[in-house]
Write a protein that binds this ligand. Structure first.
Ligand code: ADP
Ligand code: ZN
Ligand code: ZN
Length: 726
């Protein structure tokens, strides 16, 4: 028996299929879709079996034997094998990279390293609390006392050994233990009660249920708080009753613990939760729950769209407008397209839900490609909040650069009433630009040519693109002056300012405060329990949270997303403002929203005031039509990058000429131009944008370019169909 084995050889992701011979004793275990180990030069590789033959046309004396069979059952199902081919055709990615992205690490064809369960070191007490107290009485060292007090309560995570820890061990009070990294522990919500759907919800749910057994894509457009989650759960419950399975995608799990909690309360342990912060072993455990048929519902982020359910009943994609459903690196798949592909394969509906659908999805609903379903009002007792727009140009005259008079006033009012407040500022750190007053020099990252952000807690300068950290210099590196001034405000500075103004308990949520696993949940839980009065955060606080006692939401600067040079910046601003104001007044107390901006007349800001999605859609579509952007035109981005400055321009020029000569006359080719992040991590980035309505030559032309540059070590070319950022 001879088999074709697909393996991943280099980072350039080329499909390599090699023929191997199978020794007689291994033949019975060979199936399409399992993994085998093979000799390759001096190495041992793993690969997927993609073909089985009785004979071969190659020189048999040169064909080697496989070493071993690694799986009893295929890790790649028939469906996954076909889906991989589809992804490879449409995204110009290799099949092997498509297969790898569908599998948890434990089941990838990996070369070399084995997955290890991650262990953490803890200090654990081996004496009783009384004995420890006895020791503390005679101990002079504060560090030891501190640690011992904590140790009485719980095991202490050790990142670095210290003399204090060693002393504690030497005195026989504690020992070091290795514990497998803690799982995320999800629990149900104690106060969750299944509701009876209202009329609108019931109609919507019944329409979806009537399409079970059909491939149909629904766009569920429902204002924030209209009860979309309840509709999802109802539909999933019906699918389960029919013996089917369901996938529910959310933008980011750690930001939506409340949704997961509701699902667990209602469905119990037939749920499997998959997301990027799981350790490899945790992910494998969750995955096995699915392959063993124990899980019927998967809630997860983007890659959960690939879970190997065999009898899918419905796929739901919540907050469908979010960028996180598109993978930004190779293979650049979009979970929405994969969902629609799987809906065709399984004959089941897909539901895309949002309060602010992406323009592409709403346009498709308008063209009847998707079926539009609408929820027009909030489901519970609450009403949409009252929104006020503040012109910061006027406030600046009064020296209010950060907080307007009205926002200051309202925060005070809510604190007195004992209500909660959320403040959004879409920039982390303390301040974002440091400039020398004497010579005008701006402190920039040497790798990226982008301004450093100052982080006051650590007194560090950080580059948010390559994560380089440097201590804040005491003098200007250019002229030696000490007169360095900071501009721009980040969340850290906002927190400091608020602490000066109010006697309130404040918690900040941004990347810097949520690096450790479980940190998001902790902040969300404690804010939910009203341990804090004010929650400050970047856009990660805008989504999905449901806190009944939040009655005021403030947006410190709506301009930070509006000023991003991207054709979607108005859409993103409108979405962000609607999402974040949807956090206010989710109970019987009405909510208030204050939006501060230097562009009070911009339509994305004005129309967000009344959550007027339909007017925004019309307005924005006019712009897109005029400027020939998506959804009127398809777009493809060709990114050229190299460490060599001259070479990047030279090759980009060649590619652009080739495209001009080979694409349809009607297609528009822009560039090459410098990418908005031109130099990142010492690599130069150029881009070519192709806009087209229909171009039969496009695929072949791009495939030709892709093939050439796969073999080029100095210049790399990435092709991104329907890119999210331009
Ligand atoms: P969305 O996902 O559309 O923002 P949710 O599903 O989170 O909305 O619902 C918002 C609030 O309304 C929740 O507190 C939910 O429990 C409540 N709710 C939803 N449907 C109903 C209903 N039919 N009757 C009463 N309350 C409801
Ligand atoms: Zn200077
Ligand atoms: Zn950098």
């Amino acid at each position: 028996m001879y088999i074709d084995v697909l393996c991943e050889l280099s980072a350039k992701a080329i499909d390599n299929v090699f023929t191997y011979h199978v020794p007689k004793d291994l033949e019975s275990g060979i199936k399409i879709g399992i993994r085998v180990s093979i000799p390759f030069g001096k190495m041992i590789l793993e690969g997927f079996v993609v073909g089985i033959n009785n004979d071969t046309t190659y020189d048999k004396s040169k064909i080697k034997d496989i070493i071993n069979v690694l799986d009893k059952e295929p890790v790649l199902s028939d469906e996954m094998l076909i889906l991989g081919k589809y992804l490879s055709d449409t995204l110009l990615c290799s099949k092997v990279s498509a297969y790898q992205v569908m599998l948890p690490k434990a089941l990838k064809a990996k070369n070399g390293s084995d997955i290890k369960i991650k262990y953490n070191r803890y200090l654990r007490k081996i004496k009783s609390n009384e004995e420890i107290d006895e020791y503390i009485k005679g101990c002079k060292y504060e560090g030891q006392v501190n640690l011992l007090c904590k140790l009485k309560e719980e095991d202490i995570l050790i990142t670095k050994m210290s003399s204090t820890i060693n002393t504690i061990i030497r005195h026989g009070l504690g020992e070091i233990v290795n514990i497998e990294e803690k799982r995320y522990h999800y629990s149900g919500l104690s106060n969750y009660q299944k509701v009876t759907l209202n009329n609108e919800q019931e109609q919507v749910a019944n329409r979806i249920i009537s399409s079970f057994d059909k491939s149909e894509t629904f766009l569920l457009y429902g204002v924030t708080g209209s009860g979309k989650t309840e509709v999802y759960m109802h539909v999933i419950e019906e699918a389960l009753k029919k013996g089917k399975e369901a996938i529910m995608l959310v933008p980011e799990i750690s930001l939506t613990p409340q949704i997961v909690g509701k699902f667990i309360s209602r469905f119990g342990d037939v749920i499997s939760v998959l997301h990027s912060r799981l350790s490899d072993s945790e992910r494998y455990d969750e995955y096995r729950k699915i392959t063993e048929g124990k899980a019927k519902i998967v809630i997860g982020t983007r890659s959960a769209i690939f879970v190997p359910f065999k009898n899918l009943g419905v796929i739901i994609i919540d907050e469908e407008h979010t960028g996180s459903y598109k993978q930004e690196n190779h293979p650049r798949y979009n979970a929405k397209s994969v969902a629609i592909w799987r809906s065709n394969y399984h004959k089941c509906p897909v539901v895309l839900g949002s309060a602010t659908p992406s323009l592409e999805s709403f346009a498709r609903a308008g063209n009847k490609v998707y079926t539009l379903l609408t929820l027009t009002k909030r489901a519970g007792v609450s009403t949409l909040p009252n929104v006020k727009i503040i012109d910061m140009k006027e406030e600046a005259k009064k020296n209010n650069f950060l907080l307007s008079d009205l926002l200051k006033e309202k925060v005070k009012e809510k604190l007195i009433l004992g209500e909660q407040i959320i403040l959004l500022l879409n920039r982390r750190g303390y301040s974002n630009i440091l400039t020398c007053r004497d010579c005008g020099n701006t402190l920039k990252c040497p790798n990226c040519d982008i301004s450093f952000t100052y982080h006051k807690t650590s007194n560090n300068l950080k580059c948010h693109y390559c994560s380089l950290s440097r201590p804040l210099p005491s003098k200007c590196p250019n002229c030696g002056s000490t007169n360095i001034k900071d501009y721009g405000v980040g969340t850290e500075k906002l927190e400091e300012e608020l602490n000066k103004l109010y006697d309130a308990k404040i918690v900040r949520m941004d990347i810097d405060t949520t690096r450790r696993k479980g940190e998001h949940e902790k902040i969300i839980d404690s804010f939910g329990n009203h341990e804090y009065d004010i929650l400050i955060g970047t856009q990660m606080i805008a989504k999905g949270l449901d806190f009944p006692s939040v009655t005021l939401v403030g947006v410190i600067s709506a301009d930070s997303s509006l000023n991003i040079p991207d054709f979607r910046s108005s859409e993103n601003t409108f979405q962000l403002l609607c999402q974040v104001s949807g956090r206010a007044g989710r109970s019987s107390i009405p909510g208030e929203v204050i939006i501060q901006t230097y562009n009070p007349n911009h339509y994305s800001i004005v129309l967000s005031k009344n959550h007027d999605y339909l007017s925004f859609y019309k307005e924005e579509m006019k712009m897109r039509k005029m400027l020939k952007y998506s959804p009127y035109y398809f777009m493809t981005l060709v990114e050229i990058s190299s460490k060599d400055y001259e070479l990047s321009f030279k090759e980009a020029g060649k590619i652009s000429t080739y495209l001009k000569n080979n694409l349809d006359m009607e297609s528009i080719i822009l560039g090459p131009s410098m990418a908005s992040m031109f130099k990142v991590n010492n690599i130069y980035h150029l881009e070519i944008i192709i806009k087209y309505r229909k171009d039969d030559n496009l695929k072949n032309a791009l495939k030709y370019i892709d093939d050439i540059y796969k073999r080029n070590n100095k210049v790399s070319v990435e092709i991104d169909f329907d890119p999210l950022k331009i």
